[in-house]
Write a protein that binds this ligand. Structure first.
Ligand SMILES: *[C@@H]1O[C@H](CO)[C@@H](O)[C@H](O)[C@H]1NC(C)=O
Ligand SMILES: *[C@@H]1O[C@H](CO)[C@@H](O)[C@H](O)[C@H]1NC(C)=O
Ligand SMILES: *[C@@H]1O[C@H](CO)[C@@H](O)[C@H](O)[C@H]1NC(C)=O
Ligand SMILES: *[C@@H]1O[C@H](CO)[C@@H](O)[C@H](O)[C@H]1NC(C)=O
Ligand SMILES: *[C@@H]1O[C@H](CO)[C@@H](O)[C@H](O)[C@H]1NC(C)=O
Ligand SMILES: *[C@@H]1O[C@H](CO)[C@@H](O)[C@H](O)[C@H]1NC(C)=O
Length: 349
């Protein structure tokens, strides 16, 4: 803002100089001339204010353009050649990065599936001062209508022009969001792979090993969406043990004939996604590993090239008991999975 008003001031000064040149030859009553000049100045001021407000300060001034050019060249970061495509200096259109304009920014996307711990993972990342992960932005259907709306949305995020509660704006050094495989990602994979390639976006795959637990979580979450068990509001994630206990009380009944096909489907999505994006810079994480081994998080921070810090989340796990206590028709389910490749899901966390 201050820069804009300074620019405005400079322009009206220029203007007043030329005005004076035009007015001078008349030279009648110095007081009247001064008054006219003052009035002209005021009109000009108001006029330029209006223009500036309308166009957000895009008055082209050779001086300021030169300054921006100088501003753009930041000192070369001390990085290896292979890192260069992943380092960016975004210039947001909605604000200035100010003292952080030379802080290099990495682009990432968390590629995941619903109920795989990505909400929890994202709160952990956002507890880092240099990371902004902007949530599930493609849950809004119009944004994933076609590749042009997808590109437009991605450009806005990576230009640091996306505003969410997670955006830390000017001093962010890693920016991203989470993207579910079924939110236009697999559908448009060719174009998205080339976008990631071109813009140097790194992929963070986050999957859940135990797909049966994931399914229980999906069914319980759907149930809560309908019944709103916590004081009449639906909660996909909770911050207290009491709330978690309330949600975990519900034991879903699983349709046995859908059991194997559903697990196979989720497996296939995972395999496809890894295949499509194998040429992009990526890391593969499993929810179970992150939950049991916090040093895994160090790897993530290294991958994002941000300083190591302790990450925190207020979220509390909902389903903590053995699956046998959390599935209504446990006997039928365990019978259906015995002897299949998914048998281990019955016992593991
Ligand atoms: C650049 O990085 C290398 C290795 O990370 C380090 O040894 C070197 O001192 C750095 N140079 C400067 C100028 O910071
Ligand atoms: C992280 O953010 C802090 C606070 O905004 C900033 O001072 C620091 O330079 C940033 N560090 C990196 C590596 O971007
Ligand atoms: C993409 O989707 C948007 C929003 O639904 C629509 O306005 C636009 O015409 C579509 N573009 C193409 C190329 O299909
Ligand atoms: C919701 O209800 C529980 C008791 O069932 C209560 O302890 C809690 O404070 C309530 N939370 C809100 C946000 O009203
Ligand atoms: C289980 O799923 C099958 C296939 O979609 C369906 O035909 C059947 O009615 C379902 N059974 C129950 C009890 O919902
Ligand atoms: C925890 O993760 C780190 C980093 O991936 C790994 O080196 C270590 O072996 C893991 N520890 C356990 C107990 O799995």
């Amino acid at each position: 803002m201050s820069l804009e008003s300074a620019k405005m001031g400079k322009i009206s000064e220029h203007f007043s100089d030329t005005d004076m040149l035009i007015i001078k030859p008349q030279k009648k009553n110095p007081l009247i001339s001064a008054m006219i000049l003052l009035a002209l100045l005021m009109i000009c001021g108001v006029y330029f204010c209006l223009i500036c407000l309308k166009q957000k300060g895009f008055i082209i001034n050779p001086n300021s353009m030169r300054i921006e050019q100088i501003e753009r060249s930041c000192p070369n970061p001390n990085i290896s050649k292979s890192e260069v495509p992943y380092v960016h200096y975004p210039e947001p259109t909605t604000y200035r990065r100010n003292e952080c304009r030379c802080t290099p920014v990495r682009f990432f996307a968390i590629l995941s599936m619903q109920r795989s711990g990505s909400g929890w993972f994202e709160t952990l990342l956002n507890s880092h001062i240099n990371i902004s992960s902007n949530g599930e932005i493609f849950s809004v259907k119009v944004r994933r209508s076609n590749m042009s709306t997808i590109t437009e949305t991605l450009d806005k995020v990576y230009n640091l022009d996306w505003f969410s509660s997670a955006s830390k704006n000017e001093c962010t050094s890693a920016v991203g969001f989470k993207w579910m495989l079924n939110q236009g990602l697999l559908q448009n994979h060719d174009d998205i792979v080339s976008y990631f390639d071109k813009r140097g976006v790194s992929a963070i795959f986050l999957f859940r090993r135990n797909l049966l637990r994931r399914w229980v979580s999906i069914l319980a979450n759907n149930h809560d969406r309908d019944t709103k068990q916590l004081n009449g509001t639906h909660k996909a994630h909770v911050h207290s043990k009491d709330d978690a206990d309330v949600l975990a009380r519900y034991k879903p009944k699983i349709n046995e004939s859908l059991l194997i096909p559903t697990l196979k489907q989720a497996d296939k999505w995972t395999i496809d996604a890894l295949k499509y994006f194998k040429g992009n810079r990526h890391i593969v994480l499993y929810y179970e590993d992150l939950a049991h081994n916090r040093t895994k998080l160090k790897e993530v921070l290294e991958f994002l090239r941000v300083p190591q810090r302790k990450l925190k989340s207020r979220q509390v796990k909902i389903h903590t008991r053995p699956l046998s206590e959390q599935i209504e028709n446990w006997d039928a389910v365990s019978k259906a999975l015995k002897g299949t490749e998914y048998e281990s899901f019955l016992q593991s966390d």
